[in-house]
Design a protein around this ligand. Structure first.
Ligand SMILES: [Zn+2]
Length: 348
């Protein structure tokens, strides 16, 4: 009977070891090594087709998927990325910058609010209407909000991870595909999830009673506006000397890749006031900023990107960005000084 490779090799080594006692251990080690290689090789030989198809699927996915578009495509050279995205560039009014060395690691990621920041919100921002508080509250009587939960009842409250108010949207958790909500009108073209409007107006009114005139800027943004902001981000980066490719890559890393913004599901609002109209950290020191930090939870809103939690949210401190989470959760988050990610960790 014909011996297999394995039997042959074992036979040879045992013979050699018998003849030369001192070679016993080196022989054993060499034998194990050769057999190891033999088994690995045989595994790949018999499963070759399987591995080839998996590799094919991965390469196909990486080349056609929008997540890896341009960067991966260029690296592999499967398609000419320059041609592919120049079509995008030529359609828009983005001017290609002269390329020069840019240290990408030191760049600060921009998010949508950063791109909007610095713009005077009192001016008309790209067709988004702005209204005074009196406009928004006109013809309306007293806005009611449910009773603020007492500390005890808030602790007993059982939170449900399927509660729409608590939906977690961040870079790791994009908007669920089946997420549904109905837009309601705050005033004119200003819209947000209709379920939060009464609490929002009650908050504006209560602030007014306390002598603080709040104003809302960019509540709901549709995908279109997200894209406008995304392109604007690319422009800002290119203005700093980056190539389109680098700018695209960096802009994609920011949390608000279209599809990952709370503004898109109508639960987030940027709030400022009549005396301070730019979206920057200075807002925290205004009467309005302080009032919101103190009272927004009573109306179900939470300061979504607090100072000191940047390592969790991966978003810089934004004292103007408020997210509706419901009164129970907002109260707990304020009392315990935790952000939404931490709240999920602890209560859901
Ligand atoms: Zn915002």
């Amino acid at each position: 009977m014909k011996k297999t490779f394995k039997e042959k090799i074992i036979f040879r080594f045992t013979n050699m070891a018998r003849q030369h006692k001192f070679l016993k251990y080196p022989c054993l080690a060499l034998l194990s090594f050769i057999l190891g290689i033999y088994y690995i090789g045989r595994h790949f030989a018999t499963n070759g087709k399987r591995y080839a198809s998996v590799a094919f699927v991965i390469i196909f996915f990486m080349n056609s998927c929008s997540f890896s578009f341009a960067v991966f495509a260029e690296r592999t050279g499967f398609i000419n990325a320059q041609e592919a995205y120049s079509a995008v560039v030529e359609d828009s009014d983005i001017a290609l910058a002269v390329e020069k060395e840019v240290n990408l690691e030191n760049q600060i990621l921009l998010d949508d609010d950063d791109v909007d920041a610095g713009y005077d919100a009192a001016e008309d921002i790209e067709g988004v209407d702005t209204y005074t508080l009196d406009d928004i509250l006109e013809n309306q009587e007293n806005y009611q909000t449910d009773d603020i939960p007492s500390e005890d009842s808030a602790e007993e409250y059982v939170f449900d991870s399927s509660d729409w108010r608590l939906v977690l949207i961040n870079k790791q958790h994009p908007i669920p595909e089946d997420y549904e909500f109905t837009l309601g009108t705050i005033k004119g073209s200003m819209q947000c999830d209709e379920r939060i409007i009464s609490d929002l107006l009650a908050m504006l009114q209560a602030a007014k009673v306390d002598g603080v005139n709040l104003a809302i800027c960019s509540p709901y943004r549709d995908l279109n506006r997200q894209e406008v902001l995304f392109n604007k981000k690319i422009k800002v980066y290119m203005g700093q000397g980056m190539s389109y490719m680098e700018a695209y890559k960096l802009a994609s890393q920011a949390v608000t890749v279209p599809g990952a913004s709370e503004h898109q599901i109508g639960l987030a609002l940027d709030i400022f006031c009549d005396t301070y109209t730019s979206l920057d950290e200075g807002f925290a020191e205004t009467e309005a900023g302080k009032w919101l930090a103190e009272h927004s939870c009573e109306y179900g809103f939470t300061l979504r990107y607090p100072s000191g939690k940047e390592y969790i949210t991966s978003i810089e401190y934004e004292p103007w960005h408020f997210r509706y989470v419901g009164k129970e959760a907002a109260t707990i988050m304020k009392e315990e000084g935790i952000c939404l990610e931490e709240f999920w960790d602890k209560y859901l």
